[in-house]
Design a protein around this ligand. Structure first.
Ligand code: SF4
Length: 243
């Protein structure tokens, strides 16, 4: 797999590097009041990434982990859960320790992941109460989005692993800005249903940074609005959400 090895090396044997914190949300872990810890670093380079500031392995605005723990101690009894998001949380070897500490404080644990490291998800499983997994496309279409060879196979391996564990799982797809890829969404939804996905969310691409506007610059028509898939989603999935 083509990865940013600098990002991986920088994450080894360090405390969890946190690039941001949302102190309260009811949207990021279904049914729970949660804080979201945004982990720094991601080895992929998705064309529509709306968290570009979290992609580099290092940042001038890292929040020390002890400050995160101090914040969470003040929220015991007020929050139900903590969601680890990113970036890609499973990039960091320190994630497991952080999950252990947060769980010991009495919080339920949510994880947002692109499924980049399926081999690490198995080890994290005992800590997890809910997972939001990005499945961006059919496996063969991944490199055009992530810039990483073999990325689709890894994400779909993570999907199958998580489905086998029985951990509550929401699969999410961001509508690509490239019309040619957006046309594959219907086939993707059918494949996910065949794999056994029951909860599914289709997210609009946020037009908030330069790269998400490339379709306008290069002349691609805008993606079909997500509402066009609502009926199909109601048929295929137990819980289908448009965002
Ligand atoms: S996997 Fe997620 S965080 Fe990483 S580049 Fe893609 S969209 Fe951004």
């Amino acid at each position: 797999m083509q990865l940013n090895s600098t990002a991986e090396e920088a994450m080894e044997k360090e405390e969890l590097r946190v690039g941001g914190l949302t102190p309260l949300t009811s949207l990021d872990f279904p049914g729970e009041l949660a804080a979201v810890v945004f982990c720094q670093g991601c080895p992929w380079r998705c064309s529509y990434c709306h968290n570009n500031h979290l992609v580099p392995p290092d940042s001038a605005t890292i929040t020390p982990w002890r400050q995160i723990e101090a914040f969470l101690k003040r929220r015991q009894g007020l929050l139900d859960a903590v969601v680890f998001s990113g970036g890609e949380p499973t990039l960091q070897s320190a994630l497991s320790f952080a999950l252990t500490r947060v769980k010991a404080m009495g919080f339920r644990i949510g994880l947002h992941t692109a499924g980049i490291y399926p081999e690490r998800l198995g080890a994290l499983e005992p800590h997890l109460n809910w997972v939001g997994l990005d499945i961006k496309a059919l496996p063969e279409d991944y490199p055009a989005i992530t810039g990483a060879a073999g990325s689709g196979e890894r994400a779909w391996e993570s999907l199958r692993l998580l489905l086998a564990t029985g951990i509550p799982l929401e699969v999410r797809t961001t509508m690509p800005q490239d019309w040619r890829l957006a046309q594959g969404i219907e086939m993707l939804m059918r494949r996910l249903a065949d794999e056994g996905v029951q909860d599914y969310a289709l997210q609009a691409c946020r037009d908030t940074n330069r790269r998400t506007r490339d379709w306008q610059v290069t002349g691609f028509p805008a993606p079909r609005p997500p509402e066009a898939f609502e009926k199909l989603g109601e048929t295929l999935f137990h819980r289908f959400v448009l965002r």
